[in-house]
Write a protein that binds this ligand. Structure first.
Ligand SMILES: Cc1ncc(COP(=O)(O)O)c(C=O)c1O
Length: 458
């Protein structure tokens, strides 16, 4: 029925009836939407007939690529067998049990228990509540503050928009809420001081975090949340030794480490989790996106046995663990995740992310050296950020108001490529599906260079 309507009619209906996420309403009303009709592999087709390479995999999530028959089949089979049943009051279903066991086996460090939701935001929100509950059960109910970082992105619910360190997500809503603080963004290229090495910079970041914890009172700080590599805030990878320095501070003050692996998890960086790459030992960990390659909305929030044991004691005081969603442990979502993880393992997509990711970074580095307006290339595996800069010698950054990343992304779209503009840091992001090949990367970068040179000629 939907496909029988003309594109023009669909655009009008969209303009008349939809409130889009993270979209200027004025722009939606003047330009109308772009409507994506279908996808196969790394390619999409919009309803105007343009073929596009999706170099960002939706929103950093369609890791096995579009149009995977096995995922469609497993979803259909699961829906036929058990379209839904809830997980409240001890109810369960076979797919979520299988998935929880599989995830516990692959999760980093001591993480061993899984709570299912349906978005990255709800996973982080769940973990924040668990951190509060954990310390309250240990007799420290005042230990509730969560420290995040400037430029972090952790979601858009009230708690997670607060954790997000991008002012644009706070401004209209009078956020952040009390009890959420932001320490420095660890962007060495931008904030490193002259003569300062990466390791010294990492030590300085850790010292600033410790000063914040001491100023607030360690007895009031429950957790520190971080993406292994920041995504929406600029694809900012940690400086050498950063998480080791940070974790030493957290241990000293009994503050929980919360890893937000919503983008990095399930292979994007060339290892199963970003925590494996950077030596993070999370007490709590949020995942979503790549868990099902977003064929179904599903999140998995992980905790350690130690936290679980404390929560278990809560049964005496509180009865139930009073948290959960109608969609928690959805059997169709869990079956989709199992099929998705099977594809990732069988097709060795994590190894592919490491190999083709290294090629992507090598080729972007060449472009960086050749182009006067690329200051640095950041990231790892199949996650890359290209920092645009007004003057490379003087390290003068573009004013974010110039909208250059959006103009380049627009030029790329016209050339058949989707890249993601990150305006707050004038960066363009790449995060293609993990099935991408070196030949695909050549095609992506050919289209990117053409779009880049249209706006910033080399
Ligand atoms: C690192 C990170 N955490 C959390 C989220 C929020 O996920 P969702 O949009 O599914 O709520 C995102 C979304 O992009 C993310 O990138």
């Amino acid at each position: 029925m939907i496909h029988s309507r003309s594109t023009e009619t669909l655009k009008e209906l969209d303009k008349n009836h939809l409130l889009h996420p993270a979209t200027s309403i004025a722009q939606q009303q003047s330009d109308g939407p772009r409507i994506i009709g279908s996808g196969k592999g790394i390619r999409l087709r919009d309803t105007d007939g343009h073929e596009l390479i999706d170099a960002i995999a939706g929103l950093w999530c369609v890791n096995v690529g579009y149009g995977r028959e096995e995922l469609a089949d497993s979803m259909a089979d699961a829906a036929r067998t058990l379209g839904y049943y809830h997980s409240f009051s001890g109810m369960s279903n076979p797919p979520q049990i299988e998935l929880a066991a599989a995830l516990s086996a692959m999760a980093p460090g001591k993480l061993s228990r899984v709570f299912f939701g349906s978005s990255g935001s709800d996973a982080n929100d769940t973990l924040m509540k668990i951190a509060w509950h954990y310390f309250a059960l240990k007799g420290q109910p005042q230990k509730r503050k969560i420290i995040s970082r400037m430029n972090a992105y952790h979601g858009t619910s009230i708690s997670t928009a607060s954790l997000t360190g991008l002012p644009a997500f706070h401004k209209a809503f009078h956020l952040p809420i009390d009890g959420v603080l932001h320490t420095d963004c660890p962007h060495f290229y931008r904030y490193g001081e002259p003569g300062e090495g990466e390791r010294d910079y990492a030590k300085r970041m850790a010292a600033k975090l410790e000063a914040m914890i001491l100023a607030e009172g360690p007895e009031t700080v429950a957790g520190f949340i971080a993406e292994p590599i920041m995504g929406a805030g600029g694809v900012i990878a940690p400086p050498h030794g950063y998480f080791q320095e940070i974790q030493a501070v957290l241990k000293r003050h009994n503050v929980l480490m919360i890893a937000d692996e919503v983008i990095c998890g399930y292979g994007r960086l060339g290892e199963a989790f970003g925590s494996d790459v950077f030596g993070i030992e999370p007490d709590l960990m949020a995942t979503a996106k790549g868990l099902t390659s977003d064929y179904f909305p599903l999140s998995a929030a992980f905790i350690t046995d130690e936290i679980w044991d404390v929560l278990k004691q809560g049964s005496e005081t509180y009865g139930s663990f009073y948290h959960g969603y109608t969609y928690s442990g959805h059997p169709v979502g869990a079956a989709t995740a199992l099929a998705n993880l099977d594809i990732i393992s069988r097709e060795r997509l994590i190894e592919n992310a490491a190999k083709v990711g290294a090629y992507l970074h090598q080729e972007l580095q060449k472009l960086c050296e050749a182009h006067p307006n690329i200051g640095e290339v950041r990231g790892r595996g199949l996650l890359a950020g290209v920092q645009l800069i007004a003057d490379k010698e003087k390290k003068t950054f573009f004013d974010p108001a110039c909208k250059i990343p959006a103009r380049i992304a627009e030029a790329c779209y016209r050339k058949g490529l989707i890249v993601r503009p990150l305006p707050s840091v004038t960066t363009l992001a790449f995060s293609p599906p993990l099935i991408v090949t070196e030949a695909d990367i050549d095609e992506i970068l050919g289209r990117f260079e053409a779009g880049l040179n249209e706006i910033l000629p080399s």
